[in-house]
Design a protein around this ligand. Structure first.
Ligand code: ADP
Ligand code: MG
Length: 211
């Protein structure tokens, strides 16, 4: 995997978010302020513009740093700084290498999760994006450690993130805007966990297409 993989991942993420923009906004209308689809779409559209403008020779880590900074600076909602920090941490983890392998990808995603948790202070079970990102990272690690090939490992990680996303429905939010609703946040799927599952699925897509 290389810079092209990161570019495909970001393009596939942007496309999925654009397609699900209204759905993400509907989810946020139920337990937030109805801007999540617009926030993520604005952010990822800007990411693609910045990556198009970036020199072709830039390594994958550098592209992720650019993508992360772009999300931080273009998204007003909580999700921008959170996903922005995640991508910046992933980029920093990849460093200056031109290519990366499965374990390096898992380490980068672990760093991404670490960034989200450090900034947002949410643990699993608080009805946030952590509920879909953490199981994805854990599953990828476990699958690779157990000897799985990257393709099946990422498919399992994607399934785990979707399961985590669906498992936010019965939870009460204790972090972010949805926490203001208290018990009334129960019974709705978390918007950030939903967009995160799309971004994880986009990664699987980008890597299976490139393989
Ligand atoms: P805002 O809440 O500022 O309007 P968005 O609507 O774009 O921002 O994003 C909301 C999503 O951000 C939530 O669904 C949740 O997944 C995520 N989120 C909010 N606060 C936190 C936090 N402290 N830690 C992790 N994720 C969070
Ligand atoms: Mg919102």
């Amino acid at each position: 995997m290389d810079a092209g993989t990161v570019r495909s991942w970001m393009s596939a993420s942007a496309a999925a978010i654009r397609e699900q923009r209204d759905y993400l906004t509907q989810l946020d209308a139920a337990i937030g302020d109805a801007d999540h689809g617009a926030n993520m779409d604005r952010g990822f559209t800007a990411v693609l513009e910045q990556l198009d403008a970036a020199e072709a020779s830039q390594p994958p880590g550098k592209l992720l740093l650019t993508a992360g900074s772009t999300l931080v600076s273009t998204v007003g909602g909580a999700s921008g700084p959170l996903w922005g920090t995640a991508l910046r941490r992933a980029g920093r983890a990849l460093g200056e290498e031109v290519e990366f392998d499965g374990p390096q990808l898992a380490a980068a995603l672990e760093a991404a999760l670490g960034g989200v948790v450090e900034l947002g202070a949410a643990a699993e079970g608080e009805k946030t994006m952590v509920d879909s990102l953490a199981p994805a990272v854990r599953t990828l690690r476990e699958q690779l450690a157990g000897g799985s090939e990257l393709g099946p490992a990422l498919a399992a990680a994607r399934a785990a993130s979707e399961e985590g996303m669906r498992a936010t429905v019965p939870l009460q939010a204790t972090k972010g805007r949805a926490s203001y609703l208290g018990e009334r946040s129960i019974g709705h799927q978390d918007p950030g966990a939903t967009s995160t599952a799309l971004i994880v699925a986009a990664l699987e897509q980008a890597i299976s297409r490139g393989a």
